[in-house]
Design a protein around this ligand. Structure first.
Ligand code: AVJ
Length: 320
């Protein structure tokens, strides 16, 4: 069995307070992390199979085609730290080329990660593995048995897009700090980033014809009903997903189809017909805007790989 360290506590009260504050704000908002309960995670996997949802497939092709060059840029024997590892499959695909000295998958979904890392340890008995259950978006301080040499932070899937650009900068700076050994930089970042492209392609990727993304978004209300003991009626809501040019981001919202009141044990919220709950942002970068962000965060020596249509990009950058 692989080592496993659990740093998440189930701080239920904090979760409720944060949720209620978002729901009762003038512009109702929820954090995208609430999209990922057990069913939400399965619906996201289904999204990745959709013809319209190009990111997963395009990124996989880039890794498939350029893994050898990536290994050359990165070097062998790294401490491979997988942020949001889930089933650990994306990182495991890189093991043969990268030959990491230690593999450290991190995820907030603790039980799922525990199973994944144990299975993977059986497949790769020679790689030292330390699973860590924690919310790395809150605090990136790692347990002591995570090696400090040659850290490679792996953040695929364009999840960086969920951060507002200012928060993305803060987060990237934390990664860069975690690559420091005292005053000496010793590490880097391998990250997947979705690129700006024609609106119609972006719109379709987040509002697919089968309605899987709509189900994924609406399922958030089922999750809220369970977390808060609330009474959202899913038939009274619809999905909206579209590219906002000005802010260079996909926005997902849930829109009320009627005037209604939603109740939970210690609160209520009235929604008017047409009013929306903002459930997710997914920022899209240009190659240059993302390289600037990396540089500002304290990285250098950026190498990028992209697909022929330049829809998605994988970057390696060294801590400076
Ligand atoms: C997991 C955040 C990368 O933004 O594309 C997919 C989530 N939301 N369809 C993305 C998502 C709607 C996804 N990320």
């Amino acid at each position: 069995m692989a080592q496993f360290i659990q740093l998440v506590e189930q701080r239920t009260q904090c979760i409720d307070d944060e949720l209620v504050a978002g729901l009762t704000a003038t512009q109702a908002t929820t954090s995208p992390k609430y999209l990922y309960d057990a069913l939400g995670s399965k619906l996201f996997e289904a999204i990745c199979e959709l013809p319209e949802y190009y990111p997963t497939r395009t990124e996989a092709k880039i890794f498939g085609k350029h893994a050898q060059e990536m290994a050359q840029a990165i070097g062998l024997g790294t401490t491979l730290i997988d942020l949001g590892a889930g089933n650990c499959a994306k990182a495991a695909n890189l093991f043969p080329c990268l030959q990491p000295a230690q593999y450290v998958p991190i995820d907030i979904s603790v039980e799922f990660l525990r199973d994944s890392v144990n299975k993977l340890q059986q497949q790769f008995p020679d790689i030292d593995m330390v699973g860590v259950g924690m919310d790395f978006s809150v605090d990136l301080r790692l347990p002591k048995n995570v090696r400090s040499e040659k850290r490679l932070f792996f953040y695929p899937g364009s999840s960086i897009g969920n951060f507002m650009p200012d928060d993305a900068l803060v987060f990237l700076r934390q990664i860069k700090s975690a690559c420091m050994q005292g005053d000496v930089a010793d590490g880097g970042l391998l990250i997947g980033v979705d690129l700006v492209k024609e609106n119609s392609i972006l719109d379709a990727a987040y509002d697919d014809v089968l309605g899987v993304t709509a189900s994924f978004n609406l399922n958030l209300l089922l999750h809220l009903n369970r977390l808060l003991d609330a009474d959202f009626d899913l038939r009274e809501w619809r999905h909206r997903g579209f590219f906002n040019d000005k802010l260079s981001r996909i926005e997902m919202h849930l829109e009320a189809l009627s005037d209604q009141t939603v109740r939970w044990p210690n609160g209520v919220r009235r929604f008017e017909r047409g009013e929306r709950i903002h459930t997710e942002n997914s920022y899209k970068y240009t190659r240059q805007s993302f390289i600037s962000l990396l540089t500002e965060a304290g990285f250098e020596n950026v190498t990028t790989w992209t697909d022929p249509q330049q829809w998605f990009m994988v970057c390696h950058a060294r801590a400076a």
